[in-house]
Design a binder for this molecule. Structure first.
Ligand code: IPM
Ligand code: MG
Length: 375
């Protein structure tokens, strides 16, 4: 197949981790006979510097013309003092809203090679794991274009009070719940709906919608947790979770919590998906969940694996290239097995000898593993 992929390298380590992702895609393309073309676009702090806006209109327009978007990271101290509507983060919110990518998939799994990066004890992991292993493998499906992030907000005339509003329509809730149910069907068939239905009216609507929809998915074991309890369960017994589906704000918080459990934010990928449009491609944006890490930018220290794994999600969710996605994931697994470690995941004492390498050498190792046919 042929596809055109928009890339937004962004700020900080964004450009350094974007290179490895597109090179990895090209290596997969060579191995399986696909051609990927890239259209590089500006957003974030570098776009503010170049155009005065975090998300130039041409960028959004150009992304819409492409089959998928791969993003590095945006933001940095240089732009932190700008007013809210001019901060680099606006680029992310503008892309999410502008592309209508309402379902944010954030997988968090504990890799055996990085076991000791997880701060939890073996017995905590084993107790709740479906196979009795010291491990977990969960997917957070976060609503991404609604709720308090996009609700009515403001300040009173005298500035002495402020408000942000959690608003959800039933349709917004149902479409992301559906993504959760469908994801669970492809995994271990467990869905946990996280809300605050004991207090919030919007959460009560989430729960009602979920209870209705659950009838359409009898194969799924659907459970419900209040968000405070869910936050606790994640560190008490993460192995109990398969798919978690929740609102924008709760998902933001819980996904950061889950990332700490994997011990390696430099490894975590994400996909943000719109509706599967009739016939056409669904809008989709893929990005590592780590930020722009300005403190280590330009020093060949960043871990490119989250970005590479985001490219694997792109193959899977935008192009249904499951074999290719799995091959790229296998390549990442293989470099970890070979002992390659960037600094953030080094010194964990997880068995065999380690080769501590920089961004470039890690990327080269992944590409070689793809070329060598890692399965
Ligand atoms: C995330 C980030 C963003 C969010 C910020 C940077 C706006 O924390 O993607 O989780 O809150 O959604
Ligand atoms: Mg966040």
């Amino acid at each position: 197949m042929k596809a055109t992929i928009a890339t937004i390298p962004g700020d900080g380590i964004g450009p350094e981790v974007m290179g490895p992702a597109t090179e990895a895609l090209d290596a997969i393309g060579d191995r399986y006979g696909h051609t990927f073309n890239y259209v590089e676009l500006l957003a974030g702090g570098c776009a503010i510097d170049a155009t005065g806006e975090p998300l130039p209109g041409e960028t959004l327009e150009a992304v819409r013309q492409c089959d998928a978007l791969l993003l590095g990271a945006v933001g940095g101290p240089k732009w932190e003092t700008l007013p809210g509507h001019l901060r680099p983060e606006r680029a992310l919110l503008g892309l999410r809203a502008g592309l209508g990518v309402f379902a944010n998939l954030r997988p968090a799994a504990l890799l055996p090679q990085l076991r000791s990066a997880c701060p939890l004890k073996d017995e905590v992991l084993i107790a709740s794991n479906h196979e009795g292993k010291p491990s977990f493998d969960l997917l957070i499906v976060r609503e991404l274009t609604g709720g308090i992030y996009f609700g009515d907000r403001g300040r009173s005339a005298d500035g002495s009070s402020a408000w942000d509003t959690e608003t959800y329509s039933r349709a917004e809730i149902e479409r992301v719940l559906r993504t959760g149910f469908e994801a669970a069907l492809l995994r271990r068939k467990k869905l946990c709906v996280v809300d605050k239905a004991n207090v919030l009216e919007s959460s009560r609507l989430w729960r009602e919608a979920a209870q209705e929809l659950a009838k359409e998915y009898p194969a799924i074991e659907t459970g419900y947790l209040y968000v405070d309890n869910a936050a606790m369960q994640l560190v008490r017994a993460p192995g109990q979770f398969d798919v978690i589906v929740t609102s924008n704000l709760f998902g933001d918080i819980l996904s950061d919590e889950a990332s700490v459990l994997t011990g390696s934010i430099g490894m975590l990928a994400s996909a943000s998906l719109g509706s599967p449009a009739g016939g056409g491609r669904r809008a989709a944006m893929y990005e590592p969940i780590h930020g722009s890490a300005p403190d280590i930018a330009g020093q060949d220290l960043a871990n490119p694996l989250a970005s590479v794994l985001s490219a694997a999600m792109l193959l899977r969710y935008s192009f249904a290239l499951e074999r290719e996605a799995a091959a790229l994931e296998a390549a990442v697994n293989s470099v970890l097995d070979q002992g390659f470690r960037t600094r953030d995941i080094a010194g964990l004492g997880s068995g065999g000898p380690e080769r501590v390498v920089g961004t470039r050498a890690m990327a080269d190792a992944v590409i070689k593993a793809v070329e060598d046919g890692a399965q």
